[in-house]
Design a protein around this ligand. Structure first.
Ligand SMILES: Nc1ncnc2c1ncn2[C@@H]1O[C@H](COP(=O)(O)OP(=O)(O)OP(=O)(O)O)[C@@H](O)[C@H]1O
Length: 754
């Protein structure tokens, strides 16, 4: 124990040094006064990078060191060492060799820590779990993996899972914690899977899907740092409360550059604050909406019934007849461009045709000879037509320039005729706040419309040319003076230092690009502001919840289809969610996806899981719910009370069940929230539950993905089986059910069969 404490003290001392150095270099980067735009830019980039490093180092303070592996045989020694300590990040000593003192859990050397067993010891003699509190070593747990080894430390753990059980039994804090210390072998294989394409991770409640997804993000950011630091990782979760719940896991693993978002946050510039009814969300989420919107856009490319009269400012009446408009429309559509980008082609055709009309009228020879106008006159008339506000007005009437917002608003205001009447009625809405289900529609509309960004592109090109000229000037200067700056790389970066050398400075264009990349925002921040951003990897939690339209949006954000999708079809609540993974993925990757399963429930004790499993089986007899890894000996209780006694009974049960440490959830229908909150100290009804409170009031849907020490399920009568299954599997210790109305049949049957 003493020697471990000494070791840990050394590691923290070194972390302190690194923190101090990072802080100092962040400060000194900021203090640098250079002149000119380039110098300022460099200073800001440097300061920002150093700032991120400070955040990373501060994030891993807690439980920095958590394991150690001892190798068993001289042949197995790695770098001449017979043991390694494993931690949240890698740390090197301040010596000339920069000897690793702490190994990042994601490094290959650390892998046996998670996978070795006494059957397959992977060269290990012993695995040690180190439990810390602050900077103090609290406990050691050793597992002997080489059974022929006689040496004993006195910290042997006979069962080998004391640390895991302690983690699972620990009081919950309202924030998800990382599992680096106790990742299980089946989870480790997924976290480090080399698979590049789409990987589906399926598993029942509490099997660690969310934990695995987050650790996979951290692993990929480590293993593919070059790529992912530039392209960022997107993690999609079902709602903001859930994202808040998981938000601290990655920083604790030393990762800060990830974008966490709900689908409702993925259309930059639009905040989805409204709520749809379930029926409306279902209609909006259907795959058919893509075609419907395409049809709606094409209906905005119209032709006059007979003729459209234009009152030209200088030349009197011009006419767009149906044939002329149809011809222009066909030509424009043949370009196969999005609506706004095809629009100029339509406009050119119309302007040409109107010019011809004008030329014929003005230049017609009264005696039937050839037209009297010369090319200059014709060109002038063409200009008169092309610059006429009246002509522009007519073109805009037939083929208007549209924004996604305008298109979707108009569509929702009057969807009749595009959908069966009953469905149209469900989604009909004039004005009002955007909802999550509107976001994929806006994204689809943006694709169909395209943005005419030719002006912006011209501006960017001019800027690029300016940069190249500037860079050329710098190059000339640096070549003349032949002094090159070498920048010291971050201490922690194990990869070869990327030092800017003379050979790297190939030409002015490359250098200009470097400047361009010096956007001060992190990749995640830039991605958040860019609808067309291509993410390096996308992780979707509760993937079974996404509608077909939401999948279209996400797939557009991942051109390489590098994705990890985690979910549990048995917990599907959203009516718009699709059936099997194959049918979800087939349109995008065919059958080229990996499908893996997790089968052990680390959250719910067996007493609670047995009841939940029985409920699930009443509807899905074939279902194979996961097996719980532990039991508490406390079965769930069910109690019926009179309707007017319910709030008092809930308050009384909360008082009784609230653990001394940890959290309790009251999962109840929304309409009861006000009455229940009135009887519960410090609880206020809210659409976004505050998970940091000791008693949290929420409905079954909101409880998805979350967990609490104790759960009180109130009045489950109206719940669909999937929602009931979710609500029943949120407790890590105890579950109680209070009701006034009859229980849902599945629950009644399951309870009776106990
Ligand atoms: N290897 C592990 N070590 C310690 N705790 C673990 C491990 N695996 C999972 N857990 C814990 O089990 C609980 C459930 O994990 P998680 O929320 O990731 O499950 P899930 O499969 O996403 O569940 P659900 O589908 O019900 O939302 C969490 O508290 C998680 O920290």
């Amino acid at each position: 124990m003493r020697s471990e404490q000494e070791f840990v003290a050394r590691v923290y001392a070194r972390l302190g040094q690194l923190q101090e150095a990072a802080e100092q270099s962040a400060e000194s980067a900021l203090a640098q006064v250079g002149t000119g735009r380039q110098a300022r830019l460099e200073r800001d980039v440097a300061a920002l990078e150093k700032g991120r490093l400070v955040a990373e180092l501060n994030g891993v303070e807690n439980g920095l060191v958590f394991g150690r592996i001892d190798l068993n045989h001289p042949d197995n020694l790695v770098e001449e060492r017979d043991n390694f300590h494993i931690g949240r990040i890698g740390i090197r000593a301040d010596d000339r060799e920069r000897t690793p003192i702490l190994i990042d859990w994601r490094a290959d050397v650390a892998r046996p820590f998670y996978l070795a067993t006494s059957h397959v010891p992977m060269g290990l003699r012993r695995r040690r779990h180190i439990t810390m509190q602050g900077h103090e070593v609290l406990a050691l747990h050793d597992e002997i993996l080489d059974l022929t080894d006689e040496e004993r430390t006195g910290f042997e753990d006979p069962n080998g899972d004391a640390v895991l059980l302690a983690a699972l039994n620990a009081a919950r804090t309202g924030r998800m914690g990382d599992i680096v210390q106790t990742i299980q072998a089946e989870q480790d294989r997924i976290i480090r899977a080399p698979h590049q394409g789409v990987m589906v991770v399926e598993g029942g409640p509490g099997t660690g899907k969310t934990a695995v997804a987050l650790h996979r993000a951290a692993y990929l950011l480590y293993a593919q740092r070059e790529l992912l630091a530039k392209r960022a990782v997107l993690i999609v979760g079902p709602n903001p409360a859930f994202l808040g719940y998981i938000g601290e896991v990655l920083p604790s693993l030393g990762e800060t550059g990830v974008l966490l978002a709900t689908i409702g946050e993925l259309f930059p510039g639009v905040h989805a604050t409204g709520e749809d009814t379930q029926g409306a969300a279902e209609v909006k989420g259907r795959a058919a909406m893509a075609e419907i919107l395409a049809e709606y856009v094409s209906d905005h490319q119209s032709v006059p019934d007979m003729v459209l009269e234009i009152d030209h400012e200088d030349h009197g009446t011009l006419l767009i007849d149906r044939a002329m408009a149809e011809e222009a429309r066909t030509a424009a559509r043949e370009m196969r461009l999005p609506h706004n980008l095809a629009r100029p082609y339509f406009a050119f055709r119309i302007v040409d045709a109107l010019t011809e009309q004008l030329v014929e009228r003005i230049g017609a020879d009264p005696f039937g000879g050839p037209n009297l106008l010369g090319p200059d006159d014709t060109a002038q008339l063409g200009k008169d037509v092309a610059t006429s506000a009246a002509v522009h007005g007519a073109i805009a009437e037939l083929w208007p320039e549209l924004t996604p917002q305008r298109l979707v608003r108009e569509f929702l205001a009057d969807p009749v005729g595009y959908l069966p009447d009953a469905d149209a009625e469900l989604i009909k809405r004039t004005g009002g706040a955007w909802t999550s289900a509107d976001i994929p529609l806006l994204d689809e509309a943006a694709e169909l419309l395209g943005v005419d960004d030719s002006a912006e592109r011209a501006r960017q090109e001019a800027e690029r040319q300016r940069r190249i000229e500037y860079a050329q000037g710098v190059l000339d200067l640096s070549y003349a003076s032949r002094t090159y700056e070498f920048e010291d790389k971050e201490e922690l970066d194990e990869d070869a230092a990327e030092v800017l050398s003379a050979h790297d400075i190939i030409d002015a264009e490359r250098m200009a690009e470097r400047q361009e990349e010096a956007d001060l925002r992190s990749a995640a921040e830039r991605a958040a502001a860019d609808r067309t951003w291509a993410f390096g990897h996308i992780i979707v939690d509760e993937a079974q919840e996404l509608s077909a339209m939401a999948w279209r949006l996400l797939m557009r954000r991942s051109p390489t289809k590098s994705m990890t999708l985690v979910g549990d079809p048995a917990q599907t609540g959203d009516a718009a969610a699709l059936g099997s993974w194959s049918s979800i993925l087939a349109p995008y990757v065919g059958d080229r996806f990996e499908h893996v399963r997790l089968r052990v429930n680390y959250r719910t004790p067996s007493e609670v899981m047995d009841l939940a499993a029985a409920v699930l089986r009443t509807e899905h007899p074939q279902a194979q719910p996961p097996a719980s890894v532990r039991s508490t000996g406390v079965p769930p209780w069910i109690s019926r009370v009179a309707a007017d006694e319910l709030p008092a009974a809930v308050a009384e049960a909360v008082g009784r069940e609230l653990p001394e440490e940890g959290r309790l959830a009251v999962i109840a229908p929304r309409e009861l929230h006000a009455a229940l909150a009135a009887r519960l100290d410090g609880v206020r009804p809210s659409t976004v539950p505050d998970l940091t409170q000791r008693v949290v009031l929420l409905d079954a849907r909101q409880s998805k993905g979350l967990e609490f020490d104790a759960v009180l399920l109130v009045e489950p009568a109206g719940l669909a089986t999937s929602d009931l299954y979710v609500a029943l599997t949120r407790a890590t210790q105890r579950l109680g059910i209070l009701h006034t109305a009859d229980l849902p049949q599945s629950l009644a049957e399951a309870a009776a069969a106990r």
